[in-house]
Design a binder for this molecule. Sequence first.
Ligand code: ADP
Ligand code: MG
Length: 353
Amino acid sequence: MTASRQIKKLDEAVINRIAAGEIIRRPSNALKELLENSLDAGATNIQILVKDGGLKLLQIQDNGHGIRKEDMAIVCERFTTSKIETFEDLSRISTYGFRGEALASITHVAHVTITTKTADSSCAYRAHYADSKLVPPKPGVSAEPKPCAGNIGSLITVEDLFYNAPTRREALKNTSEEYKRILDVVNRYAIYNAGISFTCKKQGSNIADVSTLANASTLDNIRQIYGSSTASELLELKKDVESLDLKVKGYVSNANYNVKKMAFLLFINHRAVESLALKKTIESIYANFLPKGTHPFIYISLEMKPQNIDVNVHTTKREVHFLYEDEIIAAIGDVIHERLAGADTSRSFLTQT
Ligand code: ADP
Ligand code: MG
C-alpha cells in the first residue's frame, strides 16, 4: 500500500488549463464556439481560414457588431458575457452563448489575437491574449488594444492550439481528420443559416472547401455542399405537431437515394445537436425503403418550447435530451414515414417484403 499523500490545491494556471481542455477538446470545438459567437454578433458573412487542421491556425472573420474597445480588456475572462445578466434571462435566451467561457478557455490553450471594430468606433483595435488576459504582442510593448485599420466586425485568430498541452497535441496529430471535423461543423451551420454566407478554406489554398452565398436557400446550400445528386432526391418536411408544441422542418432523401454513410444534420432550436434515439428511429424507418446496408440523407430542424429542452447543458455536450422525448421522436418518425410512403407510391415494389 502506498502512503497517503498530502492534499494540495492545484495551481491556478493548472486548474484553468485542465478546465479549458474539457471545453475545448479539439480544434472543431473551438471553431464551433467562434462560429456561434459570430452568429450571436449578427454576422451575415463568416470566413474561416485553417492551417494544419486548426492546430497551427484557426481564424474566423465576421461582419458582426464587433466588440467595444472598453470591453477588450475583459472579453477573454471567464464568465464575462454580453448575452445575459440574470439567471432568469436563461429561460428566454436566444443566443448560442451565455456562459462567457469559450474565449477564456481558448486563451488557456492557445495564443489568441482579436481585431475588432464596432459601428461607432472610428477605427479597429487589435489585442493579444493568453490565459484570459491581455498580453503584449512582444516583450517591452504595451498590452493595451492598439488602434489599426479594419472593417466593422471581428477577426479572431487562434494560433498553436494546445501548445501547452503536449499530450493533447500528440493525440491530435492527424490534421486531415481534424480538418474534416471542422468542415463538418461549418457545413452544418452553413446549411442551417441560409441567408448568411460562409467560406472555409485551408491557408494557402485558392479554393474554398465550403462556400455558400448570402442569397441562397437551405436547399441551395445542401446542393452546394452535398452536390445536386443529393439535393435533387430530397423530400421537404414541414409539419406543425400542435399537441407537442413542435415544429418540424427539413429535407430528407427519398427511397431512390442511398449512401454508405448516413448524413444526419439535426438542429434543435437553432443549435446543431445529436440525438442517438432519433437517429435510430429514422434509420429503422428507412430500413423498410432502402437496400440493406445503405443509408439516407437527413436534415431536420426542430423547434420546441425552450422549457422542454435544457439550455443549461454543457457546451461540449452535443447529445441532447428533451421532455416528451419518446412522443416527439415518434411524431417525427410518423412525419418522415408518411412523406416517404406518400412519395413512393410509384415504386411500391421497394417496400414489398
Ligand atoms: P459567450 O458567448 O458565452 O458570451 P464567449 O467567451 O464565447 O462567451 O464570448 C464572450 C463575449 O465576447 C461575448 O458575450 C461577446 O460579447 C463577445 N464576443 C465574442 N466573439 C465575438 C464576435 N465574433 N463578435 C462580437 N462579440 C464577440
Ligand atoms: Mg460564445
